[in-house]
Design a protein around this ligand. Structure first.
Ligand code: ZN
Length: 340
């Protein structure tokens, strides 16, 4: 055989091997699923000998997969009273969050079938999801995400006060306020002590600056922690200069700035009053290695309500910064999908 034919033959063999491995994987998981099904106990076997047993639901109990959750049996009765089908009850317990289950038990029967695959769905927001989907012509998954962020309401409306203000993962945006929160572990940056970040973010930032320097990227901080009072004076100044609508696109209202967390820093290129394109590109591709993300991009400006800010870095810690970087989504979306 010629070289080319040998190559082709071995290529085909490799494909065949891969395919057969894939099929055996499929059949294997299938059998495992079947086995699990056989081992599943139904609610009937347990509820039968308890005072919760209701004769009229005998048939339904047999079709409901037993769960270990406390109060499960009592809840099954409640769901059956509300006219849920056994299969629906199985799906509800298999897919929905605890908070949703409790809300369902507390209301009239609702059709939540289409939400089973949407993990961040919230029963309380069903009307808003439907309305958003109708007015924005998008799929349900997107509607859930957008509504959860708050985007069906105008920025700076329906504002909630943040509970986990000192968490490294705290979400601060136009719907979530820090109030007059002040971090307790601010430390000065080595570049100039007038700039401060929380200790862990400070150390990570120093590391980032040194690493950048090794690759001929010289950056320096020009704004780091900002107190509630300072943000007030800054925002008022911008409003006086540009008007509220414009100021809102680049400056946060007091209580809504990431700078108030002590976890955000704005950087300029050394020798410039801006971040150069090359340096911005380096930050975009490398910040996550030190636990930072570029928080406001041109892709996410409709979600964050801010213009593209390649100079604004937000500390999240390495694991989450890497994950956000890889998923290429706004932190507001990431927070709703994975951290809430
Ligand atoms: Zn900033």
């Amino acid at each position: 055989m010629k070289k080319k034919e040998i190559f082709l033959a071995s290529f085909l063999l490799a494909i065949l091997a891969l395919l057969s491995a894939y099929f055996s994987y499929l059949t294997n998981t299938h059998t495992k699923k079947e086995l699990n099904k056989m081992n599943e106990k139904t609610t009937f076997s347990v509820i039968e000998n308890t005072p919760l047993f209701k004769k009229e639901y005998g048939k339904q109990y047999e079709q409901i997969v037993l769960r270990e959750e406390s109060h499960f049996l009592a809840e099954v009765n409640r769901f059956l009273d509300l006219n849920y089908e056994p299969e629906e009850i199985n799906q509800i317990y298999a897919f929905l969050r605890r908070a949703n289950i409790e809300k369902l038990l507390d209301s009239e029967k609702r059709n939540v079938k289409e939400y089973y695959s949407i993990s961040n769905f919230d029963v309380d927001k069903i009307h808003r999801y439907e309305e958003y989907q109708r007015t924005h012509n998008c799929n349900l998954k997107e509607a859930v995400l957008k509504v959860n962020i708050g985007l069906d309401h105008d920025f700076y409306t329906q504002i909630e006060e943040i509970e986990n203000k000192s968490d490294f993962t705290v979400l601060v945006n136009k719907y979530h306020s820090l109030g007059e929160y002040e971090p307790t572990d601010l430390k000065p940056l080595s570049y100039d002590a007038k700039y401060q970040l929380r200790e862990q973010a400070r150390n990570a930032f120093e590391e980032l600056v040194s690493a950048a320097k090794l690759e001929n990227v010289s950056i320096r901080p020009y704004s780091a922690y900002r107190s509630y009072e300072y943000q007030t004076s800054l925002y008022d100044k911008y409003v006086a200069r540009d008007g509220k609508d414009v100021a809102d696109t680049y400056s946060a209202r007091p209580g809504h700035s990431e700078h108030q967390t002590g976890l955000a820093v704005d950087v300029w290129s050394e020798g410039f009053h801006e971040i150069t394109k090359t340096d911005a590109k380096w930050l975009e591709e490398n910040s996550y290695k030190y636990g930072f993300i570029v928080r406001y991009t041109k892709e996410n400006k409709n979600i964050t309500g801010y213009i593209e800010e390649p100079w604004h870095l937000r500390y999240l810690g390495r694991d989450i910064a890497l994950d956000v970087y890889e998923k290429k989504i706004a932190y507001d979306e990431y927070y709703d999908l994975y951290l809430k």
